[in-house]
Ligand binder design. Sequence first.
Ligand SMILES: [Zn+2]
Ligand SMILES: [Zn+2]
Length: 263
Amino acid sequence: MLLCPLCSGSSGNATLAEIGGARILIDAGKPCRTIEGALAAAGIPPQTITALVITHEHSDHVMGAGIFSRKYDVPIYANAGTWEGMQPQIGEVAPRNTRVIATGRDFYLKDVNVTPFKTPHDSNESVGYAFCANGHKISVMTDIGHAGPELLAYVEHSDLLLIEANHDPELVKSCAYPYVTKRRILSSTGHLSNEDAGLALAQLYMHGVRQAILGHLSRDNNFEELALSTVRAQLRAADIPDAAFALAVAHRDRLTGRFEIAE
Ligand SMILES: [Zn+2]
Ligand SMILES: [Zn+2]
């Protein structure tokens, strides 16, 4: 079982998960050749990708999806709302590769049970994904305005979780963005702050989560060390020792690494 964040942040997102005999690309929000380069760095031939699953239609999640699907004949899975929003951006996708899923309803990719779960974000129908096989679980959840108990329940007992740590609220307030953009980022359907990511992980620790990768960092209102130290401080405040919770940060424009767990 393997998780490789290929790129992560407001300028583009793509993550590879290998589990239950399937190689699943979650989002393709960079030009196709950039994704190919990151896959090569991870040692994954693009021809071996089983499926592309999409979280929502924002361009930082779908930019290269159409080209990738056409070039490698890979099916794209997304719910109806996301299909509607992304179709004009990604061009023609072969009918055999157009797979419409239902939010909240599990489906299978090879031996992997996939759960697309609703996330609070200002798009048509955004989701996160939980992938389960052979008693293991990998989850990906970014672009979440807030992380309430219902949302967290979907990712409990993940062996590995990619969670958003988007910004520091004080940096957002003092940055040069227009007021409406700031309000959007900070709203309950915008993006998750470092602090809220830390609080979410402290909750998830009570439900078996011991390893997380922080992702989708804002380019202007966050940096890797700040995300890491803020989340770590929240875990310590909840009496969770550093050695009991493994943390990493996903890089913006290059492969972060290969996070492996024995199946
Ligand atoms: Zn995004
Ligand atoms: Zn988004």
